[in-house]
Design a protein around this ligand. Structure first.
Ligand code: ATP
Ligand code: MG
Length: 583
């Protein structure tokens, strides 16, 4: 990986530094990333992955991938495969340290019997509702289960029969015997095992009782020799329980749990339940829909692993929950791609221009560097010029406002890599009055040179030669939701009510410069003055590229706000290109 070694520190690094200095765990750092295989990974998981694998890398320790597969009902092998693929793609590797909580079911069962034998756990016949109702609230203590007083022998017998499949789903649970009056609700005799007569993707039909997260997690950490068990803040109140189990079992290795703030992003949802709903109900085209902030979606959109890692570094690790602006992710993507990808010209909404002083048969080719800031690095391509070209419809205005520096009747613009062109006529549809064509002339003295008389040219625009253009499909993606917090409506409105109907706009009439005939699936380009694009790896066919817009050239939402104040301002690229210097 190419990122700098000296990352900003955070409270976890401070803790680890102190642990190492004190010789705790023999100076070792062992972390883990423990996904539940019940959905695809998203950008929030990426933060946890970068953190856990990143700490292991920086402290020369190791990070385990452990599937937290304790719930057979929601889990699927498809999810397991996607999770592995996504972590590898992000640039991390668990080596031989791939584990499954399911592989510890036997050990966990034995330890549960040990707790029963020590009088620290009991079989309870209350159903889920009854357990909830007797658990009390934040302000009121819970009530003891009527089954709390069962003898060790009774409990052992019942637990073994639970395991043997003698009872129905939900008929009994195994509960830790802690304290129904504890101020911490998690300590009020939490459930350790539930009966679920369902096959498990890994253990098959070996088990019909399954451990709870709280029971499985800390013990799995202990089995694997995890030193720093890092999870998100909602588990802070579970930490006393995490420690209680470890203490009762008196295992030789004692991991410690630390919590950090989960990543929240605006204009999206990150709960797996909601993501599953979007996929299953067809609101998106799948888990890898480029509008989804899943790792698979980001990859399909064309975002690079470097950009995601840079974003996670930038977000940092804190203990206070916060929501990050989507613009920050987009800025990281731009920063990573800008120096790396070739620049080409693609007209999204073509307007035909007939150049009257260029012969019909004439074709001129200009060798234009793919990366103007450092021409040798990415080579060059031929940009053909002929008497009919297409320009971006929005680069022409019949009655331009004051600060419009592009084309208008009687005005000149620079055609990128080519001549200065003047608009000399506007052709309209007789019926609708819509502009269908422009007539223009070029100044033949200005090919790659400033006008001889020193006159100033306002802007530079992109264009393509009609005879050489390549039709391309362009998919413009926008935020999936229209409001910053779709899942948090105060009036309980369903998050799907805020889906953005314009989150995907497909342009079928776009025209690319001729070099794009050779575009290959998986390549990235910067379309000048437009943004960064990715050749869709699945839908693009040889010679007929389909481009996903990864991100526009600047924060489109900041732009919307800016444009409201300055209706005629040009883009960043345009201002750069508007210098009179030939290109
Ligand atoms: P769900 O959405 O179903 O509650 P989850 O997102 O917590 O589940 P897990 O598979 O349990 O999914 O997550 C694996 C790890 O990723 C956990 O350690 C979890 O804390 C972490 N994680 C999940 N979401 C985020 C997030 N938004 N920011 C940071 N870490 C996260
Ligand atoms: Mg979870």
């Amino acid at each position: 990986m190419t990122e700098p070694e000296n990352r900003p520190t955070n409270f976890l690094r401070t803790i680890i530094d102190a642990d190492i200095a004190a010789g705790k765990h023999g100076g070792k750092v062992v972390t883990r990333f423990p996904p539940e295989p019940n959905g695809y990974l998203h950008i929030g998981h990426a933060k946890s992955i970068c953190l856990n694998f990143g700490l292991a890398r920086d402290y020369r320790g190791r990070c385990h991938l452990r599937f937290d597969d304790t719930n057979p009902v929601k889990e699927d092998v498809e999810y397991i495969d996607s999770i592995k693929e996504d972590i590898r793609w992000l640039g991390f590797n668990w080596g031989e340290h791939l584990y499954h909580a399911a592989d510890y079911f036997g050990q966990l069962y034995d330890w549960a019997e040990k707790l029963i034998a020590a009088g620290k756990a009991y079989v309870c016949d209350l159903n889920a509702d009854e357990i909830r109702h007797t658990r009390g609230t934040f302000t009121e203590p819970g009530r003891d289960s009527p089954f709390r007083g069962r003898s060790v022998e009774q409990n052992l017998d019942l637990f073994r029969r639970m395991r043997a499949g003698e009872f129905d789903d939900g008929a009994k649970t195994l509960r830790a015997k802690i304290d129904m009056a504890s101020p911490n609700v998690n300590m009020r005799d939490p459930v350790m095992y539930r009966i679920r007569k369902t096959s498990h993707h890994r253990s098959g039909d070996a088990w019909c009782i399954y451990p709870s997260y709280d029971w499985a997690h800390g013990q799995s950490d202990a089995i694997e020799g995890i030193t720093h068990s890092i999870c998100t803040l909602e588990f802070e109140d579970h930490r006393p329980l995490y420690e209680w189990f470890l203490e009762q079992l008196a295992l030789p290795h004692r991991p410690t749990q630390y919590e950090f703030a989960r990543l929240g992003l605006n204009y999206t949802v990150m709960s797996k339940r909601m993501l599953i709903e979007l996929v299953k109900d067809g609101h998106v085209r799948g888990w890898d829909d480029p509008r989804m902030l899943t790792i698979a979606g980001l990859r399909r959109r064309g975002v690079t692993p470097e950009a995601i890692r840079a974003f996670c570094d930038k977000v940092g690790v804190a203990r206070a929950n916060s929501t990050v602006d989507m613009g920050m992710l987009e800025a990281c993507v731009r920063d990573v791609l800008d120096p790396k990808v070739r620049r080409v010209m693609v007209v999204h909404d073509p307007l035909r221009v007939v150049i009257e002083n260029v012969a019909e048969s004439a074709v001129e080719e200009t060798l234009a560097p793919f990366f103007p800031d450092d021409p040798p690095r990415m080579g060059a391509r031929n940009v053909p010029f002929s008497c009919i070209i297409y320009i971006e419809r929005e680069d022409f205005m019949e009655e331009p406002p004051k600060k419009f520096f592009r084309l208008a009747p009687g005005r000149e613009v620079r055609l990128r890599w080519s001549y200065v062109m003047k608009c000399v006529g506007v052709v309209k549809d007789e019926k609708t009055g819509a502009i269908v064509e422009l007539r223009a002339t070029i100044d033949p003295e200005t090919r790659g040179a400033n006008p001889k008389d020193g006159r100033k040219i306002g802007g530079a625009i992109h264009w393509v030669s009609a005879a050489h253009a390549v039709p391309v499909e362009v998919r413009l993606y926008d935020r999936l939701f229209t409001v910053p917090n779709p899942a948090g409506a105060k009036d309980g409105t369903d998050f799907k009510a805020y889906l953005n109907p314009a989150s995907l706009v497909t342009l079928s009439g776009a025209l690319g410069e001729s070099s794009l005939k050779a575009a290959v699936a998986g390549e990235r380009y910067q379309f000048e003055r437009k943004g960064f694009y990715f050749v869709d790896p699945i839908d693009a066919k040889p010679g007929a590229p389909v481009f996903n817009r990864i991100v526009s050239l600047r924060d489109s939402w900041a732009k919307a706000a800016q444009d409201a104040q300055q209706p005629t301002s040009g883009g960043r690229r345009e201002r750069r290109g508007s210098s009179n210097a030939p290109r």
